[in-house]
Design a protein around this ligand. Structure first.
Ligand SMILES: C[S@@+](CC[C@H](N)C(=O)[O-])C[C@H]1O[C@@H](n2cnc3c(N)ncnc32)[C@H](O)[C@@H]1O
Length: 416
C-alpha cells in the first residue's frame, strides 16, 4: 500500500518536474520571450482542440497528430511539396537499401531530405519523428547487426505501420534479432520516451523539428541524449524570414511542414545556445509552393529544405581558427571510396592531406568519423583566423582559395 502510494507520489513529482521544465524552457522562438499563459504540454488530459492556436502547444501537437494519423494516408495526399522534396538518392547503396524497405512504410514517407549518412556501421541511432519508419529501416541496414536504431514518434497510426513491419524486415535482412524498434513519445521529452542521456552516437530526423511548438527544447533534448562526439544529422524546412503569427497558425501550412519553419538565423542561434557550436550545412534546396491559395498566404517568404550536421563537441569555437592542422581521409567508408563530403564546403579526397580549421579537425577526429581520418596537429600554436571555403565549394577542399572574411564561422550562412 505504502509502496504504491510512494510510487504515485514520485510519478506525480516527476510529472510536475517535467511540467516545470517545459514551462521554464517554453520560449517564443522568435523573440525569446517566455509565453506566460501557455498551458502545460505534458498534461494531455483535456480533449484536444482541432483548431491550431499557435500559442498553445497542446493544440499544435494534437493538430499535427491528427494530420499525420488521420488526414494523410499516403505521400500523394500532401498539398505542398515541402514533405516530398527529398529526391530519391542515386547512390547505389541507398538504392539497394531502399529496395529493402517495406512498401507500406515507403508509401507513407513524408521526408524532405536524406539525413541518413553512410559509414554508420555499429552506431546507436535515434530518429526523431520517425513516422512510418522509412529512415529507420534505411539506417538499420547501414548500422548492421551490431548497431541499433530507435524511432520515436507521437502518432499511434504512424507507429503501427512502422512496428508491424519489423519481423518481416528482420527476416529479410537475415538478422538474428531485430535491430530497430519504435517508441511512442514526444521529441521534446526524450528522457520520458526512455532515451537515456548521453546514450546515442547519432540522431537523425527528416522534416519533423519544424512541427514542434518548441524547437529549442528539441535541440536541447537531442544535445543531452547524444554522447560527447555524437552528431545530430537532420533535414528540415527553414524560411528566409520570421513568419507572422497569422501565417504560423495556418493549420494546413503548419501540418505540411511549411509555416512552422524557423527563420534560418534563429535556428543557428538556438543550436549554438544549446551547445551545438559551428553548425554545418550539408545541402539546401528551395521548396516551391504551387497551390495558389497557400502561395498567397505566404507572400514573398521563401522556404528551403536544408540538411545540417550538429556535433556535440563542447570545445568547438565560434569562428574557424587556424592551428596548422591537416586531415586526410582514408577512403574507408563503404560507398565513399574516393572522397568524403563533410559539408557543403569540405570535400576531402582520399589520401590527400587538407588544411582544416580547429573545429573541422575536431569533427573529424573526436566523433564517430574518427576511424576514417588521420588528423595531424593540435591546438597548441594559433596561426590566426582560418580562411574557410565558399559555400558551394563541395568540390574543392578547405585549402582552396577563400572568398570570405577570415574569422567567420563555417555556420554563419553569410559566407561559408
Ligand atoms: C512530416 S512527418 C515525417 C515522418 C518521417 N520522418 C518521414 O520522413 O516520413 C512528421 C512526423 O513527426 C511526428 N511528430 C511531429 N511532431 C512531433 C513531436 N513533437 N513529437 C513526436 N513526434 C512528432 C508526426 O507524428 C509525424 O509522424
Amino acid at each position: 500500500m505504502s509502496g504504491s502510494l510512494s510510487a504515485n507520489t514520485s510519478s506525480a513529482m516527476r510529472e510536475r518536474e517535467r511540467e516545470e521544465r517545459f514551462e521554464e524552457l517554453l520560449v517564443d522562438e522568435h523573440t525569446q520571450n517566455p509565453f506566460a499563459s501557455l498551458p502545460s504540454f505534458a498534461s494531455s488530459r483535456r480533449p484536444p482542440s482541432m483548431s491550431l492556436h499557435f500559442d498553445n502547444s497542446e493544440s499544435v501537437l494534437s493538430s499535427v497528430q491528427n494530420y499525420y494519423g488521420k488526414v494523410l494516408q499516403k505521400t500523394e495526399d500532401l498539398r505542398t511539396s515541402a514533405c516530398t522534396l527529398a529526391q530519391r538518392p542515386t547512390h547505389p547503396l541507398y538504392l539497394r537499401a531502399l529496395s529493402n524497405v517495406p512498401p507500406e512504410v515507403s508509401a507513407k514517407f513524408y521526408g524532405c531530405g536524406n539525413p541518413v549518412p553512410l559509414g554508420i556501421s555499429g552506431l546507436h541511432v535515434l530518429d526523431l519523428g520517425s513516422g512510418s519508419g522509412r529512415d529507420c529501416y534505411l539506417a538499420a541496414q547501414f548500422v548492421g547487426e551490431n548497431g541499433f536504431v530507435t524511432g520515436v514518434d507521437m502518432t499511434q497510426e504512424q507507429l503501427d505501420v512502422a512496428t508491424k513491419c519489423i519481423p518481416e524486415f528482420t527476416r529479410k535482412m537475415g538478422y538474428a534479432k531485430a535491430n530497430v524498434r519504435f517508441v511512442k513519445g514526444y521529441i521534446e521529452f526524450l528522457k520520458d520516451a526512455g532515451i537515456a542521456p548521453s546514450s546515442l552516437d547519432l540522431v537523425i530526423s527528416n522534416c519533423v523539428v519544424n512541427l514542434s511548438p518548441n524547437k529549442k527544447l528539441v535541440l536541447q533534448e537531442v544535445y543531452n541524449a547524444l554522447k560527447t562526439g555524437g552528431e545530430f544529422h537532420f533535414s528540415d524546412v527553414y524560411c528566409d524570414r520570421r513568419l507572422s503569427d497569422a501565417v504560423r497558425s495556418h493549420e494546413v501550412l503548419y501540418g505540411e511542414c511549411v509555416s512552422g519553419a524557423l527563420y534560418t538565423n534563429d535556428f543557428l542561434r538556438m543550436a549554438k545556445e544549446v551547445g551545438f557550436g559551428d553548425p554545418r550545412q550539408v545541402s539546401k534546396s528551395e521548396i516551391n509552393i504551387y497551390d495558389p491559395e497557400l502561395k498567397e498566404i505566404l507572400g514573398e517568404a521563401r522556404f528551403y529544405s536544408i540538411t545540417y550536421r550538429l556535433f556535440k563537441l563542447p570545445a568547438l569555437e565560434p569562428a574557424c581558427e587556424d592551428y596548422g592542422q591537416y586531415a586526410t581521409y582514408k577512403g574507408s567508408i563503404h560507398g565513399m571510396t574516393h572522397s568524403y563530403i563533410l559539408d557543403d564546403h569540405h570535400k576531402l579526397e582520399t589520401n590527400k592531406p587538407h588544411l582544416v580549421c580547429g573545429n573541422t579537425a575536431s569533427m573529424l577526429s573526436e566523433t564517430w568519423l574518427a576511424p576514417h581520418f588521420t588528423v595531424v596537429g593540435d591546438r597548441k600554436t594559433h596561426f590566426g583566423p582560418f580562411p574557410c571555403g565558399p559555400a558551394d565549394a563541395a568540390t574543392s577542399s578547405a585549402s582552396s582559395s577563400s572568398s570570405c572574411a577570415p574569422g567567420v564561422s563555417c555556420s554563419s550562412g553569410s559566407c561559408c
